[in-house]
Design a protein around this ligand. Structure first.
Ligand SMILES: [Zn+2]
Length: 374
């Protein structure tokens, strides 16, 4: 059960409210923008005055390192109060992410604390392939791809993989096969799930996104670019193929940025630059979600640092309009990454509205992919 950190009212799900990062909240309380006592959000039944209670509460806010969960009503009041202050401090050049009303927390721990998990799918006692496995054909699957994904989301990787394996052996379902391709690039190693074996199980015309992701790890820049362009050229048949497409768009993000910067200057991309987004992409594949989350959060909040790195490394000085445009690309890419982390962990109640907001800001195949995940 979720309780509003301001008024203590119950919310049925995180989607009914918003998570506010501790740092932002403290800032808005400290500078006086947000005062829940003055706004009448809190009813206190003690003998102290509103001012005294407010002073005590401010001490709590100063000392609190955790993010704040606000119910829909308190969040509206908070957003209105803090928005009225913003124009004075907002940097002129920084594009502010529009759309999503729910503020994402700085760490995944906050989400883990408040977001209910789907029940763990049942697993039969004899799920492990035994000595007789294969003798009478592959054993039957005990569930569907969604359940296999949920097992993996919740850390039951061996069981999830076994289920995917059985589904792929008994049907031509695309998503189970795409899942196996990604699993072949992720820890822990598994003799049965290796790229050379599982990639050919996906029909050629639906393989481009995962091929691009694999090319990134093989450091094959040409194949990365070509496969991604090929993927962007084809419609996305399923939500999970959209997930793979957006992962591939993260893999190609640095290549794309460098092309945007170097091409007008008649220069070629000659090496990969490890931006925060690229690092976070590799961490998603390594299932190091907390680190990925922090990096995506940083890139979304301060895209100017990424752009400074590009200008320094490529020895280029960008024109202000160019800089603004690329900065919002960095931001959008980082927000796609945040959505993918939420989806990878199975927090669809949060990832769906997040992708819904992104779909409105993106174009082409990216927009379609976000829509499929919303
Ligand atoms: Zn509230």
């Amino acid at each position: 059960m979720l309780m509003c950190d301001i008024c203590n009212s119950e919310a049925s799900s995180a989607a009914d409210g918003a998570i506010v990062p501790a740092r932002d909240f403290r800032q808005n309380v400290r500078n006086g923008s947000f005062d829940p006592f003055r706004l009448g959000l809190v009813v206190v039944n003690n003998l102290k005055s509103n001012e005294e209670n407010h002073a005590l509460w401010r001490q709590v806010v100063e000392a609190n390192e955790g993010d704040w969960f606000l119910c829909a009503e308190c969040n509206r009041a908070y957003q209105a109060a803090s928005a009225s202050r913003k124009p004075q401090v907002a940097a002129v050049d920084r594009p502010t992410p529009a759309g999503s009303a729910a503020v994402l927390p700085q760490t995944l721990d906050t989400i883990r604390r408040i977001q209910p998990r789907p029940a763990l799918p049942p697993v039969p006692a004899d799920w492990k392939p035994g000595l007789l496995a294969g003798m009478f054909g592959p054993p039957k699957p005990w569930g569907d791809t969604q359940q296999a994904a949920e097992l993996i989301h919740q850390g039951r990787i061996a069981e999830g993989r076994e289920l995917l394996w059985r589904i792929a052996a008994h049907s031509k379902e695309l998503d189970a096969r795409l899942h196996l391709c990604l699993e072949s690039l992720r820890p822990p190693d598994d003799d049965r799930i290796v790229p050379n074996h599982v990639f050919p199980m996906v029909p050629r015309e639906q393989r481009d996104s995962v091929t691009a992701i694999r090319a990134f790890f093989l450091r094959n820049g040409n194949q990365l670019g070509e496969s991604f362009l090929a993927a962007a050229d084809k419609p996305l048949p399923t939500a999970f193929s959209a997930h793979c497409f957006l992962l591939a768009s993260l893999a190609v993000s640095d290549f794309w940025m460098q092309t945007q910067i170097l091409h007008p200057r008649k220069r070629e991309v000659d090496s990969v630059l490890i931006t925060g987004v690229i690092k976070a992409f590799t961490q998603i594949l390594a299932r190091r979600f907390d680190e990925a989350w922090l990096l995506f959060g940083e890139a979304a909040a301060a895209p100017e640092s990424t752009m400074e790195m590009y200008q320094r490394q490529l020895k280029v000085e960008l024109e202000p309009p160019e800089l603004r445009r690329l900065m919002s690309t960095v931001q959008l890419t980082a927000r796609v990454g945040q959505g993918l982390v939420l989806a990878e962990l199975g927090y669809t109640q949060l990832s769906r509205p997040h992708f819904h907001a992104l779909a409105a800001e993106m174009e082409g195949r990216n927009a379609e992919a976000c829509r499929l995940l919303s």
